[in-house]
Every structure is written in C-alpha cells, then in structure tokens.
Design a protein around this ligand. Structure first.
Ligand code: SF4
Length: 127
C-alpha cells in the first residue's frame, strides 16, 4: 500500500453535523451513527477541502499507508450523489449568496469555519 495524504476524522470532536459531506467532491465522507466517516479510503484524495468547513476542528490530513486513490470509483460516487440530490447548499457568510449563484471558498474566520464568495473574500481578508 502506498504512503499518501488522507483525511483523518477525530470521532471525539465530531458532532455529526454533516457540513463536511458536500465539500468532499469524491463522496468519501458519510455520516454513520452520528459521526463522519471516510467510508472507503480509496475515494479520499487527501486534498483536504473538507477541513475548513468543520466547526469542531475534527478534520485533519495525515500521511500514512492507505489504498491508492481510485479516480474512476470517485467519479461514480459523485454521480450517485448528484442523482440522489444528497447535498447541503452552502452560502457566503457575508452576503448570503449560495453556491448556486457564486463561487465559494472555505475559510477560517475568527475561529469559525465559514464559506465566503469570491466577491466578499477581499473584504474578509482586508477588513
Ligand atoms: S463537519 Fe466536522 S463535526 Fe461536522 S460531521 Fe464533519 S467532521 Fe463531524
């Protein structure tokens, strides 16, 4: 098995809020028994886009032995998610525009994990 980056979920900190499910493009994270879990390690590419959305700081990326990332399986999982409409729509913390209308970035702001749109990002950075 290769050594690579992969998401680690701290079960003690995770409240099962589900905010990390949608940002995981590959559909690797699901909520099971009230906790987020990487259901199949080969679906997690270790990019870490889910990290910033967790309000509890339960997500980190670690390097360890894990099955190689399976691009085809991940694409299949994304298609399944879209077909089932299992998504949580994120909104900009400043103007409220949804991800349907704007490009949103995950960010940390004053200790919170937030989403901010491309228009409001400079304001967030410069105050
Ligand atoms: S965002 Fe954090 S607290 Fe919420 S389900 Fe995911 S890991 Fe758990």
């Amino acid at each position: 098995m290769p050594v690579r980056s992969i998401v680690k979920i701290d079960e003690e900190l995770c409240t099962g809020c589900g905010l990390c499910v949608t940002p995981c493009a590959e559909g690797a994270i699901e909520i099971v028994d009230g906790k987020a879990r990487v259901m199949k390690e080969e679906l997690c590419d270790g990019a870490g886009f889910c990290l910033a959305v967790c309000p509890e700081g339960a997500l980190t990326v670690e390097k360890r032995e894990a099955p190689a990332f399976d691009e085809d399986a991940a694409a299949e999982k994304i298609a399944e998610k879209l077909a089932a409409h299992v998504t949580i729509t994120q909104t900009c913390m400043n103007c409220g525009r949804s991800e349907d209308d704007a490009v949103l970035f995950p960010a940390r702001h004053r200790g919170d994990s937030v989403w901010v749109c491309v228009k409001c990002l400079p304001q967030l950075i410069h105050g």
